[in-house]
Design a protein around this ligand. Structure first.
Ligand code: NZQ
Ligand code: ZN
Length: 385
């Protein structure tokens, strides 16, 4: 295990009705709030009305910005930052999934930066100041509610880049699982695949972390237990609650402290979303089993066997390669069981951009669990075709 500093300061208000504490959460942070949200799901399920009522009853001044896109765009970030400056916003309040929260994080940083917002996306080290962020999560997936990252797209240049800074971790996040009951089966499945991928990215590391890996296995088992249940019964509060809390812990840093390595599947997926604007979790579900099969070797088989035995209950006496292979099959099968596509062509992706996407992804994969070259990535894309 490597040395690390543990500090995950986001204050979490978890459970039904926690929104009623919103006024007290906002009070020490500032007097004027920017409410941010996506395409309108919060208006359909009533969360918007509840929050507006709380703001009005407590005489909290606010501005609104809706229409944040899934895979949020740099143009939206720029518009949000301009609004913050013009209206003297002191706190950013995203209500939504990862896209809205990521966009709000980038807005919070860009509002305090003199240059163009894209500079901050390209280089997180430039993020020195940001407005405080309070998030209200409505979709269990990205963990943005408790992490330091914001992923922003520039569709003109086909770039989707994850930036990050400690200062972007929300000051507080309200996690009410009942808010996720209205998430449809497709996004519940994609969100669960995203959570699983964050855990797997941390798990498959060359740096040993026995304790972290046992926690990771528990989190993976939680996704497997409750992903399908939430899809089959959207109102299952326990399923929604377990997925929500797992989404935060999958990527809040705990699992990677002491054993951080560069991620493997996310860089390959971000290229797919950058070129084709697909749902992030769907891209991950397609690529993950192919990546696993590609990197399985005598060197990695033992780790995959441990994954298979501890997460999927595979017979520990099987030869490592056989157990590993069964574990990969189980992973693919679970994504299919949740109704997710397993081939790129199912989401409209052909070979036309494999070359450029592989080149860009490979630039981030030189120090991954198994380092991958452009040719390796191309081959993984081909096998996923
Ligand atoms: O826009 P609205 O109308 O709110 O609808 C959204 C959207 O269409 C809908 N939705 C959200 N909550 C709902 C709901 N529908 C009904 N009921 C609710 N309660 O779901 C759709 C998808 O929302 P989105 O926010 O795009 O999904 P997700 O949370 O998966 O976020 C995806 C984005 O986060 C990035 C991804 O790349 C992608 O851009 N990621 C962010 C990370 C981070 N910050 O750490 C890490 C991840 O690996 C990921 O890259
Ligand atoms: Zn992800």
């Amino acid at each position: 295990m490597k040395n690390f500093v543990y500090s995950i300061p986001t204050k979490i208000y978890f459970g039904e009705g926690q929104i009623q504490k919103l006024d007290k959460i906002l009070a020490p942070l500032g007097d004027k709030v920017l409410l941010m949200y996506g395409g309108g799901s919060i208006k359909k399920n009533g969360i918007y009305d509840t929050i507006i009522q709380i703001l009005k009853e407590n005489e909290i001044a606010y501005e609104e910005m809706g229409g944040v896109e899934p895979n949020p765009r740099i143009e939206t970030v720029r518009a949000g930052a301009a609004l913050c400056r013009e209206k003297g916003i002191q706190v950013v309040l995203p209500i939504g999934g990862g896209s809205t929260i990521d966009c709000a994080k980038a807005v919070a940083a860009a509002a305090c930066y003199d240059g163009d917002a894209w500079d901050l996306v390209k280089d997180g080290r430039k993020i020195r100041k940001a407005l405080p962020i309070v998030s209200v999560l409505t979709l269990s997936a990205t963990g943005s509610e408790m992490d330091t990252f914001a992923v922003i797209s520039n569709m003109e240049t086909n770039e989707k880049i994850g930036t990050g800074a400690e200062i972007l971790r929300p000051a507080a996040s309200i996690l009410d699982p009942s808010y996720t009951k209205s998430v449809n089966a497709y996004h519940t499945a994609a969100g669960t695949a995203d959570i699983m991928s964050h855990i797997l990215e941390a798990y498959f590391s060359n740096v040993e972390g026995y304790m972290q890996d046992r926690v990771a296995e528990g989190l993976l088992k939680t996704c497997i237990e409750f992903g399908v249940k939430a899809i089959e019964n959207p109102d299952d509060y326990e399923a929604r609650a377990n997925l929500m809390w797992t989404s935060s812990w999958a990527i809040n840093d705990f699992l990677v402290l002491g054993k951080r390595v560069a991620w493997s599947v996310h860089p390959m997926e971000h290229e797919l979303s950058a070129f084709y604007d697909i749902t992030h979790g769907v891209g991950l579900a397609i690529l993950t089993p192919h990546w696993m099969r590609y990197v399985l070797s005598d060197q990695t088989a033992e780790k995959f066997r441990t994954y298979g035995v501890n997460v999927w209950g595979i017979d520990k006496d099987l030869p490592a390669i056989e157990a590993a292979s069964q574990a990969i099959d189980k992973t693919a099968e679970y994504f299919r069981k949740m109704g997710l596509p397993s081939r790129l062509e199912e989401v409209g992706i052909g070979e036309e951009n494999f070359d450029i996407m592989a080149e860009k992804a490979a630039a981030q994969l030189r120090s991954a669990y198994v380092p991958l070259t452009k040719e390796d990535v191309k081959e993984i894309y081909r096998r996923a075709k």
